[in-house]
Design a protein around this ligand. Structure first.
Ligand code: 3PG
Length: 388
């Protein structure tokens, strides 16, 4: 795999695939709590600016499935990038076509263009050859700096390297370095904390770390499937029935595996109805598990305090409802206070740290959610493989 330092970018049109998939505030802008993925790409953009390259940014937002969706246009991203870089970022309303080509031909050294949401084109997801060729015409060198989307075998990841000299940007390089070290030579005790909703998307990582980690903590709705698989009552909690059998095959009695010992339950997830703390297994028929309980928080905090490496992905409760954010917040604070090397990834998880102003206290915030999980499960990422 090649890196930025292997190329001379002077006066070259450089296509940079970035991951700017962020949420917007109520005012439709990207604020300083949501711009972490933009900030993470600045080193690569600045490196290319120093080399007097002509920069063309490619990015997606949401999942428009090949159609133009007005509120998924990238204008607020261009605006925030301009603020962060302190120089103009010209946003075009398209990705391809004669007008785009003409504009890019006239591009000056040090200019930055952001093309429209690349997922407005079906060719991106379907990896269509004519779409890839159209994109490749726009640049002379391709840089992948979008670690967070490198698990997708889409045109802007696996297609462009077939046509253009290619390399990894500084963010992608750093992510791969940090994650590979943790995966291959972790210090011990290694504590892995996995939350969120779907155990199906995290089962491979769980299996991998049940072997490698010293402690594997499960929280959030995905722990319900484990609790249910152990034959304990979960009432009306979110559960992935189809995963129960697979979860039962895990070594559920392994002492490394920690699931909640008590939980916060309520009949209503909006936070309007009363809630109570119940020992795990004591959830009534109409109730749902919505957060981890105080004893669980203490147990998890104790484990975190002893760790040398902490990996965290996924909230411990229903983070969208303020009443059920306690568990996630306490875990976030415990990780931030720990002297261990901490790696945190996943949109909701990083947003939680951001809201608590704790991002500075984390050793490495990964820009990958799904990508980080796939990497840590020991799988290959198509976007990274394509660069090799
Ligand atoms: C993410 O937000 O994890 C990445 O941008 C990938 O987005 P996707 O899951 O829609 O492919």
């Amino acid at each position: 795999m090649k890196f930025l330092r292997d190329f001379n970018f002077y006066n070259k049109r450089v296509l940079v695939r970035a991951d700017f998939n962020v949420s917007f505030g109520d005012d439709g802008r990207v604020d300083d709590k949501e711009d972490w993925r933009l900030k993470a790409t600045l080193p690569t953009i600045n490196y290319l600016l120093n080399q007097k390259a002509k920069i063309i940014l490619l990015a997606h937002l949401g999942r428009p499935e090949g159609k133009i969706i007005e509120n998924l246009r990238l204008n607020p991203i261009a605006q925030r990038l301009e603020e962060l870089l302190g120089r103009p970022v010209i946003k075009l309303d398209d990705c391809l076509g004669r007008e785009v080509e003409e504009r890019l031909k006239a591009l000056q050294k040090g200019e930055i263009i952001l093309l429209e949401n690349i997922r407005f084109y079906p060719g991106e997801k379907n990896n269509q050859e004519d779409f890839i060729r159209g994109l490749a015409k726009l640049g002379e060198i391709y840089v992948n700096d979008a670690f967070g989307t490198s698990h997708r075998a889409h045109a802007s990841f696996v297609g462009l390297p077939k046509y253009l000299p290619s390399c990894a940007g500084l963010l992608l390089e750093k992510e791969v370095k940090v994650l590979s070290t943790l995966l291959e030579k972790p210090e011990h005790p290694l504590t892995v904390i996995i939350g969120g909703v779907k155990i199906s998307t995290k089962i491979k990582m769980i299996k991998n770390f049940l072997d490698k980690a010293d402690d594997l903590i499960l929280g959030g709705a995905l722990a319900n499937t484990v609790i249910g698989a152990k034959g304990l009552a979960i009432g009306k909690s979110i559960v992935e029935e189809e995963m129960v059998e697979e979860v039962q095959k895990l070594e559920l009695t392994n002492i490394k595996l920690h699931i909640p010992v008590d939980v916060v339950v309520s009949v209503d997830s909006s936070g309007q109805a009363p809630s109570r703390v119940a020992p795990v297994g004591n959830t009534q028929k109409e109730e749902m598990i919505l957060d981890i309980g105080p004893d669980t928080i203490e147990l998890f905090k104790r484990i975190i305090s002893q760790a040398k490496i902490i990996i965290w992905n996924g909230p411990m409760g229903l983070f969208e409802t303020e009443k059920f954010t306690q568990g996630t917040k306490e875990i976030a604070k415990a990780i931030a206070q720990s002297s261990a090397f901490s790696l945190v990834g996943g949109g909701d998880t990083v947003n939680c740290l951001s809201q608590l102003s704790l991002t500075e206290k984390i050793s490495h915030i990964s820009t990958g959610g799904g990508a980080m999980l796939q990497f840590l499960a020991g799988e290959k990422l198509p976007g990274i493989e394509a660069l090799k």
